[in-house]
Every structure is written in structure tokens, then in C-alpha cells.
Write a protein that binds this ligand. Structure first.
Ligand SMILES: [Zn+2]
Length: 308
């Protein structure tokens, strides 16, 4: 009989990539998540696997080959950083970490499609949802969730939903799938805020639900039920992917939404309901933002518990 334990995927390179002293997208984030999930007793419930590295062929499904080749070849010496935008840099381990982050989502997709797990969490960094087809930006190198969605389509899946509740708009994912109605992209995000780019409203498979600074639980849940739910129910995804950023938490230092742990449990529960109703139960979530270590670790706990 097949195991259906949830899957936890990470890679050692994800705790070697860093972008310089004091950067909020730090190695400490993954350590905090891992330590908290172990301490609260949830981690042993997961089947824990090391991510494979996504290859060039998988990465160029969603990125210009020029960008992929540039990032794969960029190998600053140990202790040095190669800056690619004001917020984003590479060290000696960054390319491998970004390949592992994308490879984690690909493996997770394979495992849920094979029926070996119904839920997978990719505890990876760098995050990916700001990385567009032609440019890496905003702490992101390769768009891992987009690589996973493209991998699912290449595996024969016809309809993939990508749900993104990170506080920042997932411009990369919307950019990559702007002309591909096989991928439903749903976003909630603080507006106006970084990156200051939203999608063309004529693209009906890209659903933007903006929130304003100070909005909390009620506004978030109303935005999801008003904008996401009808779109998901009409689209009937065969697979749900989640850009799981936890920087809309009230304690997060980078943004101004006021979500609570209860909200992350709630959205995890709603995703579980949509997946069970339409997607054969199949959910893959990959870590995006979340910069207060306690809020991040506690949010991952309640979200994965509700979604698994
Ligand atoms: Zn974010």
C-alpha cells in the first residue's frame, strides 16, 4: 500500500545561499522553520527528502535561456557577492540553491501526481515568485513555482492553479503565464507596494485581489472568497501549487498587512477543500517570503497542519 504521508523537501545549498550581512532573506529563516517544525512535533509526520537540482531544460520552459545561462554560470568566489538588482545578490552557492528550490517543486509535483503524497512542502530559498521570464529580481532567481507548473503541464496535466498569498505581488508568475490559460494564477497582495506591477485585467486566468496597508483577517478572507473561490471553482484545477509567503503576518517587518496565525490556518484549510473538491487532493506549496522568524515559523506550522 502506498504511503500518503506529506512530503517535506529541502536541500543543503538552500542554507548556504546568502545575499550579504543583514539581508532579511537570510539563512536563519530556514533554520527557524526547521527547528520550530521539529520542536512542535510536526516534522516527523513528513517524509523528508533532499531536492534534486532542476536542469537547464526545465528552467528554460519558463525563463529566457540567456537568463538561465547567466545565473548558472555566475559563481562569485567564497565570501563575495554578485549584485543583480538593489535587493538581490548571488554568492558562491546561490545558483545551486536556486536550482534546488526549483527542483524541489518539480519533485513535489512528481510525487503528488504519482499518488505518493497528497501534500508537499518545499522548505527552500531563494524564493521565486518575483522572477520573470527575462529577469531575476526581488530576492528571487528562478521562479520555482512556475518551473513546477510548467513541469506539471509537460507531464500531461491540463489545468494547474497557482495560489499566491505572499504580501508582495507575484509579478514573475503572472508574467510567465500571461499567455497560458492552462495556468490559473490567483494573487492576494498589498497594493500599492513592491514590485508595483500587476497584470493586464483582460487576462481572465490571472486573478488579482489587492489589499491595502492595514488590512487584516476580514479583508483577506473576503478577497479570497470574492475573487479566488469563483475562479478556482470554474477552472477546476487538476493540481494546486501554492506560493507560500508569510510576510502578510502582522509581525512582519517588511510590509503592512495584519494577518494572524489563524488566517494562515484558514487559507491552508480552504486550499485543502478546493484540492479535495477539484484536484484529487493534490497540493504542492513552496516557501516564498516571511521575514519575522517567529511569525514565519509559526505560520508554516499552522498552514502545513491545515493543508496536509
Ligand atoms: Zn514577499
Amino acid at each position: 500500500m502506498k504511503t500518503t504521508s506529506p512530503l517535506w523537501i529541502t536541500h543543503p545549498a538552500c542554507t548556504r545561499h546568502e545575499m550579504g550581512p543583514g539581508h532579511p532573506e537570510s539563512i536563519a529563516r530556514l533554520h527557524a522553520i526547521q527547528a520550530h517544525m521539529a520542536a512542535c512535533g510536526l516534522l516527523p509526520m513528513f517524509r523528508q527528502v533532499t531536492a534534486p537540482l532542476a536542469g537547464r531544460d526545465a528552467l528554460i520552459r519558463v525563463h529566457e535561456p540567456k537568463l538561465v545561462d547567466y545565473l548558472l554560470a555566475a559563481k562569485p568566489k567564497e565570501g563575495h557577492y554578485l549584485r543583480i538588482d538593489p535587493d538581490t545578490a548571488l554568492n558562491a552557492h546561490s545558483a545551486e540553491a536556486a536550482q534546488a528550490a526549483a527542483g524541489a517543486v518539480m519533485l513535489a509535483v512528481d510525487e503528488v501526481l504519482a499518488g505518493n503524497s497528497r501534500f508537499a512542502f518545499c522548505a527552500v530559498r531563494p524564493p521565486g515568485h518575483h522572477a520573470e521570464r527575462r529577469r531575476a529580481m526581488g530576492f528571487c532567481l528562478f521562479n520555482s513555482i512556475a518551473v513546477g507548473a510548467a513541469h506539471a503541464l509537460a507531464s500531461g496535466i491540463k489545468r494547474v492553479a497557482v495560489l499566491d498569498f505572499d504580501v508582495h505581488y507575484g509579478n514573475g508568475t503572472s508574467n510567465i503565464f500571461r499567455d497560458d490559460p492552462h495556468v490559473l494564477v490567483c494573487n492576494t497582495y498589498q497594493d500599492p507596494y513592491y514590485p508595483g506591477w500587476v497584470s493586464d485585467p483582460s487576462r481572465r486566468h490571472i486573478v488579482d485581489a489587492p489589499l491595502k496597508a492595514g488590512d487584516g483577517s476580514a479583508a483577506f478572507r473576503a478577497a479570497v472568497e470574492t475573487h479566488w473561490t469563483p475562479a478556482i471553482e470554474a477552472f477546476k484545477p487538476e493540481l494546486i501549487l501554492v506560493s507560500a509567503g508569510f510576510d502578510a503576518h502582522g509581525d512582519d517587518p517588511l510590509a503592512g498587512l495584519e494577518l494572524s496565525f489563524d488566517d494562515y490556518a484558514w487559507i491552508g484549510g480552504r486550499i485543502r477543500e478546493w484540492a479535495d473538491a477539484h484536484a484529487g487532493g493534490r497540493v504542492v506549496a513552496s516557501l516564498e517570503g516571511g521575514y519575522d522568524l517567529g511569525a514565519l515559523a509559526g505560520s508554516v506550522e499552522v498552514f502545513t497542519q491545515a493543508c496536509a
